[in-house]
Design a protein. Sequence first.
Length: 287
Amino acid sequence: MNLNGRRQSNNIQDRRGGKGRLALGGGIGAVIIAALIAWISGGNPLDVLMSNSGTLLGGGASGTEYVPDAQDAELEAFTSKILAGTEDVWSAEFKKMGLEYEPPTLVLFNGSVQSGCGGATSQVGPFYCSADNCVYIDLSFFKEMRQSLGADGDFAYAYVIAHEVGHHVQDQLGILGKAHEQMSRTSEEEANRISVRIELQADYLAGVWANHDNAMFGSLEPGDVEEAVNTARVIGDDYLQKKAQGYAVPESFNHGTSEQRQRWLAKGLQLGTISGGDTFSVPYSDL
């Protein structure tokens, strides 16, 4: 991506100091696969967090102070620029609808964090909490995503951020609250299907953001779209379940298959309109 001269967001909150990194056992590959499965199993882990009054997943701090390195600094600046881009794009798009966009705060954390939805660890992956309008990211997720799944590249990382901001857009438009209310009074299988609709729409909105960000700033470079599409492929429910356990259980899918995630992301990139991403009106078999 070409981000030269781009502004950084003021809506960044850094909570990385002093907590220490998580002591992860069982091999980093297994842990990251578990983290990615956790990430796709809610897009944000909002539903799990809301039902858990303590820390979401086990594990403790290593006892060492967090010391950022050069790559951390680069990732922080990159994340801030991408967040600023989402602010510019969604402010403009909301204005077209006669609405005012209130941007989320992006919280950088290390190891574990307390959100308005409850406690969480890095194993959860990036998530959005509608209770405090914050996106939460441990930047080590990007490094480990690259090492474990080969999902690499700046636009691949931008897609992850834009997907979480997409949940905030859904929340601002009243979509997320309505969907979660429906999930709370239906069967587990149907709740999973609603979750898939939520997540595919967030993928679509990530594509819409990229469409307009590129139109505004000329940010996309050759190979960028392929990076994001590959990331959508390797975080599909079917791909991750097969990688983790050797087989997939379709009725447990709650983020969408690799094919679905790739297609809805690409559709958002192509159309660039909010209205084109109504995943709730499409028959489930046609998603």
